[in-house]
Design a protein around this ligand. Sequence first.
Ligand code: NAD
Length: 255
Amino acid sequence: MSDLFDLDGRVAVVTGGGRGIGRAIAIELANAGAAVVPSARSTDEIEAVAGEIRESGGDAVAVSADVTDSTDVSDVIDRAAAEFGGVDVVVNNAGFNPDDALGRPEEVDTESLDRVLDVNLNGAYEVTHAAADYLLESDGGSVINVASVGGLVGLPRQHPYVASKHGLVGLTKSMSLDWAPDVRVNAVAPGYVSTELTADLEENDRLRQSIVDRTPLDRFADPSEIAGPVVFLASEAAGYVTGSVLAADGGWTAR
Ligand code: NAD
């Protein structure tokens, strides 16, 4: 790999790093040389990811945290800094789109909206805020927010999720201005990726086909195809990229 993409000496915290897209991001950041702290609420999956990275010769430590709990969040950042000497990269990937937040506006209650915003938007802010001093001290600080095509366009029956992801895109742009030139802040906007989040969609033949038909690249993405753009955004190769939203959506938003 070219030095441009080398993350040797960097320390990366990945929320929701135990499975799906977050797992792929944690593993690819480690493959690029970063020490990685995968984090999620439960320990089994993040321990497995950290173990896999260490077995391949990388550095990783799993730290469990709920991104809506400020004590947990401080603990992740402090542990990352204590283990590896700082925090250079924050990947805000933890997110969800629960059934009770799906539906028309008259069907979804405000508690469901609040819960989605709390995890997908406020959680990302909480983690970034907790890591601020380390990011600003780093000579290559970088924040990558995992948004969605739902951060760029509306999606029917998903207004809480779409609001949270549009919020995350807004956070990305504004924070990139406040933290330039010291810390770069970017987002990736995945289209449909094969993970537990989309398992129900993929199992429903009609829904799966309608998504594939709407996607120029004709398929769901593999989680590793979101990890590549994240490694790029974390690296020197993206040294002049900040405040941007990289769509990794198989062409979904190009239509
Ligand atoms: P997933 O359900 O497989 O993984 C989500 C991860 O987030 C899990 O590790 C989970 O434990 C963690 N998480 C959820 N709530 C949390 C909380 N309160 N605190 C800490 N961790 C929490 O989903 P995924 O598909 O891998 O999604 C990852 C991210 O990518 C999400 O932000 C999602 O919105 C986004 N995304 C996914 C798709 C897709 O098609 N799968 C498309 C666009 C965007």
